[in-house]
Design a protein around this ligand. Structure first.
Ligand code: AMP
Ligand code: GLY
Length: 429
């Protein structure tokens, strides 16, 4: 089949690699892609959120399947426009993608469906928001209702900081329309796990659990980022948890979303907290996680193109997902200064040497080509993923490969999957 993939980040690099490795895919085009993707696929300089241009490109290449990576094209209705033209699409409709685009929409559905989640309220009035916040007590959690590029969430033990966050949304309009309404919710305490499932709107197939690292610095200190690394599987996850969450949380959510907003086809991401009262949902996303996908895809044995096609055609019940027992660890190499301001256009060397290391895959995220050289072009520059029989082996392979890559200001967290490795070692004793 001819497949078209939309997006240009680390997640899309991993998805492109999986599609490229699928025996069912003989031609792959990625829009817009990046220099890493360009090594394994044709790239097209088309804005993935511009529905007309994407429909035109899909028609030009006569795509049998379109896989949508990021949320922005979903929310912009690109999936709907493609389906209206008769294309097979892996990615939900704009209205179903509201499980990610609107926290109120998602929370309402969770409550109606009895899905365990943090107590919450949505407010446009500062006084009412603060009264509810005081009722819940610290630590405080406030969120801009709409998409805010991962920057709309504040979790703080300090009442003053929470108050400021509410005022920034409702009074100062910091997040524009996305922050016109504020969600205040109960703080959930426990291990965070990402569970991504694939669905054709009926059948739900869970991927293996993964965990990401949101904070910039070791020991989960420093500001939130788009993700500094990930690993899979998650040894802290009790046996059978993925299946029970898929059956009791994700499947009901897919059904409720389909009933409220039309077919949900694609990846659904449940951000979970393993609380003392069981798994509770922090959030749903309407797409694969970034950077979780970079640690999941190397473990997938099944033909990814065929799985996506089965989702698009309502045939997922015919397919089981198969995974390697190997562990996968994925490290993000970030630009100096990220998640604050950072420079672009800095030369990167050593990627080829790193890619030759055993078990290692390099996924580009924020890179570009300038005068024939590979340069940085974003905050998160590269993902170094490595498979290993143990977390210890996967970690040492990933860190050895990461050490071969150089660019001025390069930084990474040194503790990605360290707790998994420690648990593994303790269990072996
Ligand atoms: P989000 O942008 O919604 O993914 O939230 C970013 C991060 O904030 C999450 O990964 C959690 O670590 C934290 N967070 C969000 N909501 C809560 C909550 N209700 N309780 C505890 N931590 C939370
Ligand atoms: N890793 C978090 C996300 O993709 O939203």
């Amino acid at each position: 089949m001819r497949a078209l993939l939309l997006g240009s980040g680390g997640r899309e690099s991993a998805l492109a690699w999986a599609l490229h490795g699928s025996s069912s895919v003989d031609d792959l085009v990625v829009a817009p892609g990046n220099p890493g993707i360009a090594r394994i696929a044709r790239t097209a300089g088309v804005d993935p959120t511009d529905a007309r241009s994407v429909v035109k490109l899909a028609s030009e290449i006569d795509a049998d399947l379109v896989v949508i990576g990021p949320e922005a094209p979903l929310v912009a209705g690109v999936g709907d426009a493609l389906r209206a033209e008769g294309r097979s699409v892996f990615g939900p409709s704009a209205s179903a993608a509201r499980i990610e685009g609107s926290k109120t929409f998602a929370k309402d559905l969770m409550d109606r469906t009895g899905i365990p989640t943090a107590r919450w309220g949505a407010f446009t009035d500062v006084h009412k928001a603060v009264a509810f916040m005081d009722e819940l007590g610290p630590p405080y959690v406030t969120k801009a209702d709409g998409l805010a590029a991962g920057k709309g969430v504040v979790v703080t033990p300090e009442r003053g900081a929470a108050l400021e966050a509410i005022q920034e949304c409702l009074v100062h309009g910091k997040f524009g329309a996305s922050g016109r309404s504020v969600v205040v919710e109960e703080f959930l305490s426990g291990e965070e796990v990402s569970l991504i499932a694939l669905t054709d709107g009926e059948t739900v197939r869970a991927c293996e659990p993964a965990q990401d690292y949101k904070r910039a610095l070791e020991d989960d200190r420093g500001p939130n980022t788009g993700g500094m690394g990930s690993y899979s599987p998650v040894p802290m996850c009790p046996e059978g948890l993925a299946q029970s969450v898929a059956d009791e949380v994700i499947e009901p959510m897919v059904r409720a979303t389909c009933a409220a907003a039309g077919p949900f086809i694609g990846a659904i991401y449940a951000g979970l907290v393993l609380t003392s009262q069981g798994a509770k949902v922090l959030e749903f996303n309407a797409r694969f996680g970034d950077p979780e996908t970079q640690a999941l895809v190397p473990r997938l044995i099944s033909d990814f193109g065929e799985v996506c096609m089965a989702c698009a055609h309502g045939r997922l019940s015919e397919i089981e997902l198969e995974w390697r027992a190997d562990k996968c660890v994925s490290i993000v190499l970030a630009a100096g200064g990220y998640p604050g301001g950072y420079a672009k256009g800095i030369e990167i060397t050593g990627v080829e040497a790193a890619a030759r290391c055993e078990g290692v895959q390099i996924f580009h995220a924020g890179t570009a080509t300038q005068d024939g050289k590979l340069v940085t072009n974003g905050g998160r520059v590269l993902n170094v993923s490595a498979l290993g029989a143990t977390f210890e082996q996967a970690r040492s392979r990933a860190y050895e490969a990461a050490a071969l890559i150089h660019f001025e200001g390069k930084r990474m967290r040194s503790d990605i999957a360290l707790k998994a490795e420690k648990l593994e070692r303790a269990e072996a004793q």
